[in-house]
Ligand binder design. Structure first.
Ligand code: PAF
Length: 284
């Protein structure tokens, strides 16, 4: 596996792969790689001869009081995991490669970014779109892989690629969970054992909502109240939101029908966790 710290180095490596007729698959990450990330690398390897993974903890997607400074940075372990997963090129740029002196241009996403996590993380999706656009410009992949756990991010990136006419295909891969259902997240490493048990209540509340929707319950208000009480049993948890929305528009439907996204975000101490499930109901 080649490790590139500079844009020049990464571009040269990608150009060689392309000259050899290889398709370029790209998995952007912020490191602290876990089985969720390696499932994306596996999918990338299945589709393409050249797999590029990036590791960059992007400062512009963190708010001033968020966890940028304490976000796990585990480069040695990550590069070993990337090698084991079959990565060909690891792009781990320095800050000045991504944000040059006097950098001021941003990619501003539309209304999709105002839903769900939007109000709780102002500027977050602008930071994500900006860095992903930069990474796409640097790597110029044919295909890029994102996880369904960040469903809103995946939707916004698909929109950006379509709107800005970027020549890259986006693939969204299923959420990888621990055996008890907890969605894998780099932030789980910061959960003490008692916090981890509380974190699981988010997944339990999503399952409860899914089961009620499938059983034909049609009051979204009642379902969300039941989700809240599942989580509310733990006083140390702060709920940012629990929502049931149209999976494509993120708008709240009048009645539950079609493809819905059941999504939630909670905070346990300084750790913010998100998760979601998709449910397909008969169309109205
Ligand atoms: O999902 C992530 O890890 C990040 O938001 C991404 C897409 C790598 C951009 O920094």
């Amino acid at each position: 596996m080649l490790v590139a710290r500079s844009i020049d180095h990464a571009r040269r490596a990608v150009a060689e792969a392309r000259a050899a007729g290889q398709q370029i698959a790209f998995v952007p990450t912020m490191g602290a790689l876990h089985a969720g990330h390696t499932s994306l690398i596996d999918a990338a390897r299945d589709s393409s001869a050249c797999v590029v993974v990036s590791i960059y903890v992007n400062p512009t997607q963190f708010g001033p009081n968020e966890d940028f400074t304490i976000y796990p940075r585990t480069f040695e372990a990550d590069s070993e995991a990337a090698i084991r997963a079959g990565t060909h090129l690891l792009f781990a740029p320095t800050d000045s490669e991504i944000y040059p002196v006097n950098d001021q241009t941003r990619v501003h996403p539309g209304p999709l970014a105002e839903k769900l996590c939007g109000p709780y993380r102002p500027g977050h999706f602008e930071g994500v779109c900006t860095v992903v656009a930069k990474l796409f410009n640097i790597i110029q992949p044919d295909i890029a892989y994102f996880g369904q756990k960040d469903a809103q991010q995946a939707l916004i990136i698909q929109r950006m690629v379509e709107d800005l006419r970027m020549p890259v295909r986006i693939i969204v891969c299923p959420t990888v969970r621990d055996p008890d259902g907890l969605a894998m997240s780099s932030r789980n490493a910061r959960l003490a054992p008692k916090d981890r048990a509380m974190a699981l209540s988010l997944y339990k509340s999503l399952c409860l909502a899914r089961d009620r929707l499938i059983a034909g319950e049609n009051s979204l208000g009642r379902i969300i109240a039941a989700m809240r009480s599942t989580i509310g049993e733990h006083a140390e948890i702060r709920v940012d939101y629990l929502s049931i929305v149209d999976a494509a528009t993120l708008e709240t439907p009048l009645t539950p029908a079609g493809r819905l996204l059941i999504a939630g975000a909670i905070r346990i101490g300084r750790t913010r966790l998100i998760d979601n499930l998709v449910v397909d109901l008969p169309t109205a």
